[in-house]
Design a protein around this ligand. Structure first.
Ligand code: NAP
Length: 265
């Protein structure tokens, strides 16, 4: 698989995992569309990559604004004439007890993480179906596989993505459009700082779990071979999180016992 002149659209490209995906695809010769809300940060990413106007376009969007997303997707398609790879990566996390969390906060998590990605994918798939090739990548999470404390809305949104994209994958086989779910454990990015608390305000600090985690460039480097081979699911996490993933399959009751006593930040 070569990415020379392939068109790659990345949401959440202004920091963390999305920025690292941008670096990796750019290195391999792709043309990029970088999206998120903060244009100045997207410009910084573009500049760090070499400010290449021919190969890097910026498209500002807010994944929470569902009504704007079909037009944004059409704008993205028109920038280079098609989309070969869509990376649904933009997202926010959560740090709050469900019983104390406003429903608006749960809805925001679902809007950004689930409905935003669903809406963009729905617009891009017909283009990929028409060209009989494409790759949709979703940055899900191990929280899409099992729940822990303080992540109710986040885990719900990631579980919803898993269900949605399992179905899309089945539908897309005959069109040669691949779907990859990337399920990371803790990665050292701004995700914790930007997490929503009960009332929807930002958590604003780094959690211990993420402070000592692998960084996003290393994460993307380590999964790059699997991305290129369009693997259907990719897990990238420490030993403890991987063990939890296997326990969820083999003995969910045992996992629940372990998790209920775990310190979750
Ligand atoms: N870091 C981890 O431990 C971890 C683990 C598993 C999964 N993930 C997933 O990885 C993805 C990327 O997160 P990250 O770790 O790289 O965190 P991050 O550094 O906070 O990046 C989040 C990205 O999402 C964008 N974003 C947030 N809200 C948005 C909105 N309403 N509209 C458009 N873009 C929005 C942000 O850009 P703007 O602020 O510019 O809009 C930013 O580029 C997320 O889906 C997250 O759930 C992260």
């Amino acid at each position: 698989m070569t990415y020379k002149n392939k068109i790659v659209w990345i949401t959440g490209a202004s920091s963390g995992i999305g920025e690292s995906f941008a670096k990796a695809y750019y290195r391999e010769g792709a043309k990029l569309i970088l999206s998120s809300r903060r244009t100045e940060e997207l410009e910084r990413v573009k500049k760090d990559l070499g400010a290449d106007d021919e190969r890097i376009k910026i498209l500002k969007l807010d994944l929470a604004l569902a009504h704007e997303l079909p037009a944004k997707a059409n704008e993205a398609i028109s920038l280079f004439g098609t989309i070969d790879v869509l990376i649904n990566n933009g997202g926010i996390s959560q740090r709050s007890l469900f019983a104390e969390t406003e429903m608006e906060t749960i809805r925001k998590l679902m809007e950004v993480n689930f409905f935003g990605s669903a809406a963009l994918t729905r617009e891009v798939l017909p283009v990929m179906m028409e060209q009989r090739s494409g790759h949709v990548i979703v940055t899900s999470s191990l929280a899409g596989k099992f729940g822990t404390k303080f992540r109710s809305g986040y885990a719900a949104s990631k579980h919803a993505l898993q269900g949605l994209f399992d179905c899309i994958r089945q539908e897309m086989y005959e069109y040669n459009v691949a779907v990859t779910m990337v399920c990371p454990g803790p990665i050292k990015t701004n995700i914790t700082m930007n997490s929503l608390t009960a009332d929807g305000s930002n958590f604003g600090k780094m959690g211990a779990l993420h402070d000592h985690a692998m960084d996003a460039d290393e994460m993307v480097d380590r999964i790059w071979g699997k991305i290129k081979s369009q693997k259907e699911e990719i897990y990238i996490a420490g030993k403890k999180e991987m063990l939890a993933l296997y326990l969820k399959r083999l003995s969910p009751a045992l996992l629940n016992k372990i998790l209920k006593n775990s310190k979750v930040t």
